[in-house]
Write a protein of this length. Structure first.
Length: 179
């Protein structure tokens, strides 16, 4: 059963009989509720794998970018130290703690006084140590805080004695207690 409009178009020669039959089949399928099948399980699995690969690639790219940025910051720190290191010479061994290790630098009296006052800072440079001015240490601290070994100008953390005193104030000693 064709549509009267389809018959008219066929008689006018505007469409071919095969095309009219194809449209009629599609219309009958739509009426019967036969929709094209959804994506198969293989297609769904392929899409899921593709999404996982894309996510993994993004994570790897982010990690590579972070490593590249860290490398750039280390290179900048090395350049800053090379440009601003203080020439040292002397006959006084200045000893300091580097983690669990005691290290020493040979300095003169002037450099030793500047180290003690905090005007100079000891930083790690390659396998050794260098002296840099305090202003440069701030730039290095922004790039890699682990480079600074000794800085007497930094504010020391509050002593734990104050914390202990505050804790023990909550336990008053009775007045009648005699020792």
């Amino acid at each position: 059963m064709r549509n009267p409009l389809q018959d008219q178009l066929l008689k006018a020669g505007l469409v071919k009989k095969g095309k009219v039959d194809q449209v009629a089949r599609e219309q009958s399928k739509q009426r019967q509720g036969k929709a094209p099948a959804g994506p198969s399980s293989e297609q769904i699995e392929a899409q899921r794998l593709q999404a996982e690969r894309a996510e993994r690639d993004r994570a790897l790219a982010a990690e590579r970018n972070a490593q590249a940025r860290a490398g750039e910051l280390r290179a900048q720190a090395r350049q800053i130290i090379d440009a601003h290191k203080v020439e040292r010479s002397g006959d006084i061994a200045y000893r300091f703690a580097d983690g669990q290790r005691i290290a020493s630098l040979w300095v003169d009296a002037r450099l030793r006084a500047q180290l003690a006052s905090g005007a100079l800072v000891i930083v790690r440079h390659g396998e050794g140590y260098e002296l840099v001015p305090r202003a440069v240490a701030g730039k290095l601290d922004e790039r890699d805080p682990g480079l600074i070994v000794l800085d007497h100008g930094r504010a020391e953390p509050a002593s734990t004695a104050d914390d202990d005193d505050a804790y023990y104030r909550q336990f008053p000693v009775p007045d009648d207690l005699i020792w």
